[in-house]
Design a protein around this ligand. Sequence first.
Ligand SMILES: NC(=O)c1ccc[n+]([C@@H]2O[C@H](COP(=O)([O-])OP(=O)(O)OC[C@H]3O[C@@H](n4cnc5c(N)ncnc54)[C@H](OP(=O)(O)O)[C@@H]3O)[C@@H](O)[C@H]2O)c1
Length: 222
Amino acid sequence: MKIIVSAAVSIDGYLDDASPERLVLSNREDWDEVMQLRAQCDAILVGASTLRSDNPALVTKSDELRRLRVNNGKAPDPVKVTITGTGDLDPGLRFFTEGDGRKIVIANAEADTVKLARLSPLAAIKRLDTITAQGVADYLHRKGISTLMVEGGSQTLTMFFSEGMVGELRLAVAPFFVGDSSAPRLVGNGIFPFNPQRRMVLAGVRKVGDMAVMHYRLGDER
Ligand SMILES: NC(=O)c1ccc[n+]([C@@H]2O[C@H](COP(=O)([O-])OP(=O)(O)OC[C@H]3O[C@@H](n4cnc5c(N)ncnc54)[C@H](OP(=O)(O)O)[C@@H]3O)[C@@H](O)[C@H]2O)c1
């Protein structure tokens, strides 16, 4: 499976600030590119905390992109996937209510059965004993997903990067500081296969409006 991470960070590496409102890091041009990238993928995954804090819809907003997907034999929207250890997700979240595409909740063994039951009319529920990036990828691959875009947040990215499951990284850097160590960074603490001894391949750097967009290759397709 090909796993692509797409994330936007501040110049000091934060995914957000520490306030309850979502920090806007992207500009219009960057956002349009992310929409195009989403439309090329079979599935988009975000962690449960991102669903709770940002309430993203994760649908293909442009009719043109939806038509393109259909012409390429795909469903109009990518499959939406989230991971949770608690099952603590409101069925009213836009993840569940918007778009006609398939929705999948991957929960670990400890997740609350009653909370998951409330979601089951809206999404397929998959229990894994323990959630790992490898386990998630194996399951989604069995479900016909060949290209997965992982959008965050920090805990989810830490898991995918530290397990060495990411093939490509699209990193958009916004031209301002957050400067608050209580805000989430791109990744948290971990042991990563890319480190001072093993560097990623920088495949491209582009100016997208006032943002710098970098593309890294992290290895063979998985
Ligand atoms: N700038 C960007 O591109 C971007 C993109 C996405 C998100 N964000 C930001 O990232 C922040 C959220 O990041 P975050 O690190 O707090 O959360 P996150 O990665 O979005 O979600 C973490 C949650 O996912 C579940 N989870 C992740 N790994 C798991 C595992 N191995 N086993 C079981 N459950 C697991 C747990 O859900 P439960 O709590 O339900 O158990 C965990 O609390 C927000 O501020 C958001 O705005 C920014």
